[in-house]
Design a protein around this ligand. Sequence first.
Ligand code: SF4
Length: 353
Amino acid sequence: MANAAPKLKTSDDTIKTFHGKILDWYDREHRKLPWRAAPGQLQEPYKVWLSEIMLQQTVVNAVVPYFLRFLALWPKVEDLAAAPSEDVMREWAGLGYYARARNLHKCAKVVAGEMGGVFPKTQAALKKLPGVGDYTSAAIAAIAFGERATVVDGNIERVMARLFAVQGTLPDIKPELKKLAAPFFEGAERPGDLAQALMDLGAGICTPKSPKCMLCPVTEFCEGRALGIAEELPRKKEKGAKPRREGTVYWIEDGAGNVLLHRRPEKGMLGGMTGFPTSGWSKSHESFAAPPELKPYKEKVLHSFTHFDLTLILQSGVAKEEFGGDYFWHPVENLNSVGFPTLFKKVLRLKNF
Ligand code: SF4
């Protein structure tokens, strides 16, 4: 099939028409999300920053309740900065990628302290904050301050790959996709809305499988569609099977209604989170020296991290000694208030909590 779609990058007029079409669509169809301002308005940087950190590697629906809860507990960056780190980690529990929560808290302290509660207004300055990378700084700069920064997340990458029929494989084509996206933002009158419109297009119309090209406001510009290959794009490198790790998780009671918990070290897997003692699976922290009288339980906990799959065998028993360090007893009847990450919630489920 011939490639009949216009080359967007070659014409300022085409980019202008593209903006008109996608922003009209956004004004009518935008997703109503709690961290969004109305179309045409800038949003408070605290809300944009908080939502963008939560949205890194987590889907929108999962983020909404966490965002609302954080905002209710800590309405301003100063409130979040003043919160005890245990409270922040507990409220983050279940969202995953816990380094994000540690950096979030660190960043709140920098903004509330050194910057007097005012977020920097440019992408370059935002990028220097803890946990704020290239994408997040661009998103905050565009959505909160109207800077013409190039915002490219996974959704926008997919839209660009299809609009321009980019046929290489991810992640190699990331720089090319960013380069293709740049002129859209450089020429935008509403760069924040453009970013959010492209995100919404990727999330609801230009979906990974079966894109709804009939409903797409920019279908006339799309080379991928014209070539009949949109759904195949962007191509990805084949991934090998994930490695598998095994270890043990311990349910130890003291015979007086308490169970042994462990506050994990700040660095490494599930850093700073509270869980049950474990051994043998995480290189980043010491294994628990278990008392010998523990019995293997019949069940296993299966969990998938980004880079490996994990099987933990549950051992349980009674031990009365103090374990010291970061190990502490906690009332069994009050375990729901702890704020466990998902891995340890699975242990609770095995024990019928
Ligand atoms: Fe995506 Fe189809 Fe629109 Fe192209 S026409 S941008 S493939 S939804």
